[in-house]
Every structure is written in C-alpha cells, then in structure tokens.
Design a protein around this ligand. Structure first.
Ligand SMILES: *Cc1c(COP(=O)(O)O)cnc(C)c1O
Length: 492
C-alpha cells in the first residue's frame, strides 16, 4: 500500500514522498509523517543475508512509494558506494558487554553522514519526478557539525548548490577548517560576524523572502533545506537499526525473534525516532533508551509529561546534543496525542516555551525509557569503556553508554543492547583525551589526534588527516544583514 505524508498539525492534503522531501516542512508549519507505517516484507533471516545497500533498498522502498526501483537504487548507490571507509557502512563493535553501532564511517565521521549522503540524491530525483527545472539551492546555518556533513553530501551533486553560513567565532578550529577546505564547484562557505542565532535568523528570513524567491526563480533557482526534520533524512536512519539486528542474527549473537535493547544519544530526536519507527514496523526492540546530556529536557519530559525549554542552557562535551527544543519529538507526540494535541502543544511551546501531556499517555510507550549523564559521568564512561575493553568512544556515545550502564544496574535487564555510536572519538579528540587523562600540555589538536590513534590502535580517519594540510578554499566573511547579497553574488 502506497505511503503518503501528512502534517502532524492538521488534516491538510496528503502528499507523495517526493513532494514531502522537496517541501521539507508542511504548509501549516507541521512535520510530515507517514499516513501509516509499513511493515517489513522480508524476514530478518533474509535481511541477515543482505548488504547495507540491499537493506537500504528494502527498507526505504516501503516509505518512498513513488520512487521507481531504478531511481531508489541509483540514489542508494551514489550515497553508499563511496564516501564510507568500510564496506559494512555501519559496523557493530562488541565492547564492554554492549554492541556499539558505529555510524561514523562517512566523510565527516559523524552519524549525520548516514542520511546526508543520500538526501541530495533523493532531492534531485524528487525534483525531476515533479517536473521542477530549477536548480536546488540548499541554505544552511550551522554551529559546526551539520554544515560540514551537508557540504560533503551536496558537493558536486549536479542540479544543486549549497551555501553554508557559520558564526565566525562560534565553531571549533577543526570544524572551521573542515568547512573552509570543502571542495566542489557548487559550494560556498561564508562566516558571519555574529553568533549562530543571527546566522539562523538570516537563513530563515531568506526562506520567507518572497521577492528574493521570485528573483531567484527567474534565474532558475529555488531554495531548499537539508535540516533534520526532512523525511529524506529520517527514513535512511531506519535502515541501520534493521541492519544491526540482522547482523546480530547472522553472527549468532541473538536467536531468531530475540528482542534487543537500543540506546540512542539524543538531541533533536531524529535518530531515536527512526528506532521507534523500526520498532513499530516490527523490529524486535524490547526497550528503547533515550539518553540526554546535562541539557536533559527530554529526560524530564519522559519522567513527568512536562516539556519546558525555560531552563539554563549548558555547553557540554557532547555539543550535538545541546538542544532545548527537539524538533522531531513532534512526530512522537503526533503518534501519542494526534493532530489536535500536537497543535495545542506546539502553540504553547512557541508561546511560553512549555507544554504538558497527561502522564497516562505514556502508557502507550511502556518500552521507552530515558536517562541522562552529567559531564563528569560522561568522562568517567569514556574511561571505563577504555579500561574494560580498550575501546575508545566519543562523548555523545558515552552519554548513551552511561545511561545503559545505569539502566542495567537498576533494572537487572540483561537483554543484548545496541548503542548508537554517533561520532568518531577523533571528532572530539580533546574531550576524549582529557577524559583519558592524556591531554596534558598539548596545544595542537592534530598531535593529540596522533596520540589518540596510537592509544586506541585505530588509524587516523581520513576526515582528520586530509584537512591537516589542505588548502583553505573559502574566505567570505560578512555582516549578518549582508547574507542575501552573498547568496545573490554566488548565484550570479
Ligand atoms: C546530531 C547528533 C546527535 C543527536 O542526534 P538527533 O537525531 O538530533 O537526536 C548525537 N550525536 C552526534 C554526534 C550528532 O551529530
């Protein structure tokens, strides 16, 4: 049965997958959700025999109903044929009693690559299917991670251009160098003299500027966004949970139909939502653990039913989880309380930054558990896993790993557990080496990376080695109010 997409907030017209991918957000500001969740049409024993690419096809085809087999296979091939440093794409590492699902073998060594390597291809295929002649221009504001992953995904993809704005003094030196060395004829990276919010606001204003849209359309361009609420990012994330389960089955780590637990370090709630969808579709997940860092707005929500973003914001060693408004939670809310409930919650959220749902609603989600780890606990966890298993994890992964350790301790649950490992430790070298007590008096992050390589017995990832001596290719710096001029200049 064909899957259509509708808004989380109203019963507006249903659209096809390709239209939802192109639009990103529904017209009423809601998020697109599938009108029903498909079920798998292969057994897990059959999945166990498949490559990552084959698994990807048999999962994604269930959601992207209006793509032909040829179109979807072509997108998958382009995304996962090159750009990953292992054929397995998402290998499982067994360490310290858990299975770490390594989602960081793509170009920017973080899990965003899993989806951002295929989104550009899904987008241009969607444009073709809908007779859109314009080139797609991706506009993004970044505080570091997403920008580079989007750049790497869209670089040199025909029919697209990508422009990334970042705050000049708001990203780490390595993150800045990663972006400024980005190759590709269709790529522009620009620093703004301002903070992330100003970059974000500037991008939003351009998206809503009708005059600018008309001006660009006359030149054959239209804006689109690559942010994490696009279903073209969500669906590819379901794939690796199926793949991980199938690999455990193939390795003999689990029996047929045996349930597993899954733990996810969570920020915007996209990754864990994909695991939730996988469970709804029939993947044998017993407990789904939502792990937060000190910004534990989600933990508080699952404990009390009260979502409240009015609270201090902490800058942590797991910056990709430093989020107070988790956009994708809206899709879980939709499942829990329906369109009217979501609309009312989202109105309250944009009004006074808080909403509440009745705790009984969570009775529908008995398998969802949550936890959080403080900064100290996160560092301790990195140390513990290294001491117990000579395996080095990054701070985001460590948050989830710690939550699993606590959960196992209090519940006595011995179910085999997959932990989504969302970044390479080499992406957060300094925090990792500090946790291991090895950062002393070392100023240069690259030298520190060499030391981490020696200590962990893992080769320096190409993402780090290639930027070490790479040429800086971008030098645009502007004031926030000049962002539209930068865009016009690049598209001339
Ligand atoms: C984006 C990100 C997360 C959070 O994922 P969500 O889908 O936003 O919940 C966790 N870890 C890393 C390394 C990330 O880049």
């Amino acid at each position: 049965m064909e899957v259509f997409y509708q808004s989380t907030r109203s019963t507006s017209d249903k659209v096809k997958a390709s239209q939802a991918i192109l639009k990103g957000l529904a017209d009423d500001g809601g998020l697109f959700v599938p009108d029903h969740l498909p079920t798998f049409d292969h057994t897990f024993a059959e999945f166990a025999e498949m490559s990552y690419q084959e698994t990807a096809y048999h999962v994604m085809k269930l959601f992207f109903s209006d793509f032909t087999e040829e179109e979807l296979k072509d997108c998958i091939k382009k995304a996962y044929e090159t750009g990953f440093d292992t054929e397995e794409i998402a290998p499982l590492a067994e360490a310290d009693g858990n299975y770490y699902l390594e989602l960081f073998h793509g170009r920017t060594i973080a899990f965003k690559d899993m989806a951002l390597s295929i989104l550009p291809h899904l987008m241009i295929t969607s444009a073709k299917k809908n007779q859109i002649q314009n080139k797609i221009v991706i506009l993004t504001a970044t505080s570091g991670d997403t920008g580079k992953a989007a750049l790497a995904g869209f670089a040199d993809v025909p029919g697209t251009k990508i422009i990334v704005f970042y705050p000049k003094d708001g990203v780490s030196p390595i993150q800045e160098k990663q972006m400024l060395t980005q190759k590709g004829d269709n790529v522009l990276v620009a620093a703004i003299r301002g903070n992330f919010d100003q970059a974000q606001t500037g991008v939003k204003e351009m998206f809503h500027d009708k005059a600018m849209a008309e001006e660009l359309a006359a030149q054959g361009y239209q804006f689109s966004s690559a942010n994490s609420i696009n279903i073209g990012r969500l669906v590819p994330q379901i794939v690796y949970y199926v793949y991980a389960y199938a690999k455990l089955l193939q390795n003999g780590a689990i029996e047929q139909d045996e349930q597993i637990n899954v733990a996810v370090p969570t920020g915007n709630f996209g990754n864990i939502l994909a695991a939730f969808y996988a469970k709804q579709m029939g993947l044998p997940i017993k407990t789904l653990l939502c792990a937060s860092n000190t910004n534990k707005v989600l933990y508080d929500f699952f404990e009390t039913g009260h979502y409240d973003k009015n609270r201090p914001f902490y800058v942590t060693s797991s910056p990709s989880m430093d989020i107070l408004v988790s956009s994708n939670l809206e899709r879980l809310l939709y499942w829990l309380v329906g369109q009217e409930g979501v609309s009312s919650c989202m109105e309250k959220l944009s009004g006074n930054g808080a909403y509440e749902i009745e705790k009984e609603v969570f009775d529908r989600l008995p398998y969802m558990k949550s936890g959080f780890a403080t900064e100290e606990e996160t560092a301790e966890e990195i140390r513990a896993v290294y001491e117990n298993a000579s395996y080095v994890i990054d701070p985001h992964t460590a948050v989830a790993s710690k939550v699993v350790r606590n959960y196992k301790g209090t519940s006595g649950d011995t179910t085999k557990t997959v932990i989504a490992s969302t970044a390479s430790p080499f992406k957060f070298t300094r925090s990792v080496m500090k946790a291991l007590g090895e950062d002393k008096a070392e100023a240069d992050d690259f030298i520190l990376a060499d030391k981490l390589s020696a200590l962990s017995n893992v080769e320096l990832p190409q993402a780090v080695s290639e930027i070490r001596n790479a040429a800086v290719l971008h030098n645009t710096v502007c004031d926030p109010d000049k962002m539209p001029d930068v865009v016009r200049g690049f598209l001339k």
